[in-house]
Design a protein around this ligand. Structure first.
Ligand code: DGY
Length: 316
């Protein structure tokens, strides 16, 4: 066994990032298969100084507890809800994400999803492909995006980028965050219910985790109402998915654009059957350019951490 601090890859990564970790840092990959994983940990756990993982895999409580000399968790992505931040704080383990570089890609996708959901772009595509236009059917009228009122739930970096894009469409923007944000031109709603009641579309962009679990509950969906639309590019855990499915299926909500789900990659059958819903496989940041920029920032964090013990983009 070597005494050199080990960089450990936890879960699948972008292939170019995994290659750089292997060639530049001699990283090893933790086996996914439970028996192999246990055997690897029995022989190597004490060597691991840095874990590199993704927003969806993370380093959960058991794995973190099994790594006694872990000093940093570097996450590919901005979400850290799958990593045990409480244990990390207690043990002085640094956590870093890749903020900033994915803001535009996520905001673009959120706006695209909103337009698709209101204007029925995917639905109209299915209509044409099914030969229904050629057969003489008329596609139903849809909901105008320009001039609609959009509520942004979570006016962080990404929420702000979504708001600024939609302001360019002449949308009236309002928002709710834990606290009002200084220096923004958009009105603040005191609660998610108040925001939903004033919105045609509610866009969910708050971080996942216990503090936001089911923040969009049945009351918020009721306030959005039968003419209202929900767009979620945050985490499935933020929305009461059962209530959402029920309201969409009964027409008590007009439609939804969803990039995230409660139990990914599983999507409830009821949603698959609904034409008023646009579904995405959690791809808001998934462009070539953004994923490479995320990998570059993560590698910069790793180099900096190994040289100085600090990172460029720590989770506070
Ligand atoms: C993240 O980085 O947490 C996002 O969910 C990626 O789309």
């Amino acid at each position: 066994m070597s005494d050199i601090p080990l960089v450990l890859q936890v879960g699948a990564l972008l292939p170019t990032l995994a290659d750089s970790l292997r060639t530049e840092f001699h990283a090893e990959r933790l086996p996914d298969e439970p028996v192999e994983r246990a055997a690897w940990l029995a022989g190597n756990a004490g060597r691991v100084a840095v874990a590199v993982t993704t927003y969806n895999t993370g380093v959960g409580p058991d794995l973190m507890a099994a790594l006694p000399n872990l000093r940093a968790v570097l996450i590919f992505g901005v979400g850290y809800d799958s990593t045990d931040t409480a244990q990390a704080r207690e043990r002085g383990i640094t956590i870093a994400t890749t903020p900033g570089v994915l803001t535009d890609a996520v905001a673009d996708l959120a706006v695209g999803l909103l337009i698709d959901t209101l204007r029925g772009v995917s639905r109209a595509d299915r209509f044409v492909r099914a030969g229904r236009w050629a057969a003489g059917e008329t596609f139903p009228l849809t909901r105008e995006v320009s001039g609609s009122t959009v509520g942004i739930l979570g006016l962080g970096r990404i929420g702000r980028a979504i708001a600024d894009r939609l302001a360019g469409f002449g949308c009236a923007i309002a928002y709710h965050s834990r606290t009002a944000v200084d220096g923004v031109p958009y009105p603040y709603a005191a609660t998610p219910v108040e925001l939903a009641a004033a919105s045609d579309v509610l866009v969910v962009v708050v971080p996942g985790g216990p503090a936001t679990e089911k923040l969009v509950d049945d009351d918020v969906l009721a306030a959005l109402g039968p003419e209202g639309y929900l767009v979620n590019v945050a985490r499935g855990s933020v929305v009461d998915q059962e209530a959402l499915v029920r309201r969409l299926a009964s027409g008590e909500l007009a439609g939804a654009g969803l990039d995230v789900f409660a139990d990914e990659p599983h999507v409830p059958a009821e949603l698959l059957a609904l034409d008023t819903v646009v579904l995405q496989p959690h791809v808001a940041s998934a462009t070539e350019q953004t994923r490479q920029a995320m990998a570059d920032l993560l590698l910069e964090n790793l180099r900096t951490f190994l040289a100085t013990g600090t990172v460029l983009t720590p989770v506070p």
